[in-house]
Ligand binder design. Structure first.
Ligand SMILES: Nc1ncnc2c1ncn2[C@@H]1O[C@H](COP(=O)(O)OP(=O)(O)O)[C@@H](O)[C@H]1O
Ligand SMILES: O=C(O)C1=C[C@@H](OP(=O)(O)O)[C@@H](O)[C@H](O)C1
Ligand SMILES: [Mg+2]
Length: 173
């Protein structure tokens, strides 16, 4: 069994930040599929979208998810759209615990909207981002654990995940 912890959720839910904290507190390695893609391509996510488009990014993402999911006992932060692919979902679920970091529109925009490094948020009106969140929600719902992140700091979110997975972690062989 791979026994990884996989974080899914919308942009700005805190997958990258919480994942690092959680991994450090468990003493496990941390993988972020976006970072893997950037290292492989030698380009930022923003540059990949600008030069080659979203479809090509999704191909790189599928390869990164496959590689990350083949690890054992790591914390994996996915990109917010990774779960749109059924192939990715299958790989992320198998033998792992999947945690959905939930975030509301305002918090997502505050955390992720201003940095300019998320192409799918650039130039979008608030109502369009709200639509995107609504469209994505059913894709996150397969998670084993849901954690609401609005109004909580990243360390508190990591602590909640550890608590929710306490039994599973204690029984890892
Ligand atoms: N629970 C939290 N509370 C406050 N700020 C957060 C929290 N989680 C993440 N952040 C901040 O929000 C921004 C986006 O977080 P990030 O981890 O990159 O989200 P994601 O990977 O889900 O898109 C970062 O600046 C991060 O420091
Ligand atoms: O939701 C998405 O489709 C995306 C989310 C981003 O990652 P974060 O969720 O870590 O911001 C990154 O993979 C890319 O910009 C596309
Ligand atoms: Mg991230």
């Amino acid at each position: 069994m791979p026994c990884n912890i996989v974080l899914i959720g919308f942009m700005g839910s805190g997958k990258t930040t919480v994942g690092k904290i959680l991994a450090a507190s468990l003493g496990w390695p941390f993988l972020d599929t976006d970072t893997m893609i950037e290292e492989d391509a030698g380009l930022s996510i923003k540059a990949i979208f600008a030069r080659y488009g979203e479809q090509y990014f999704r191909e790189l993402e599928q390869a990164a998810v496959a590689r990350a999911a083949a690890s054992r006992r790591v914390v994996i932060a996915t990109g917010g759209g990774a779960v749109l692919s059924g192939v990715n979902v299958q790989r992320l679920r198998e033998g792992n615990k999947v945690v959905w970091l939930q975030v509301g529109l305002e918090t997502a925009l505050q955390r992720a909207g201003v940095t300019g490094d998320r192409p799918l948020l650039q130039g979008r009106r608030q109502e369009e981002v709200a639509e995107l969140i609504k469209h994505r929600e059913p894709y996150y719902a397969f998670a084993d654990v849901y954690v609401e992140t609005d109004g909580k700091n990243a360390a508190a979110v990591a602590g909640e995940i550890k608590e929710a997975l306490k039994l599973w972690l204690a029984n890892l062989k």
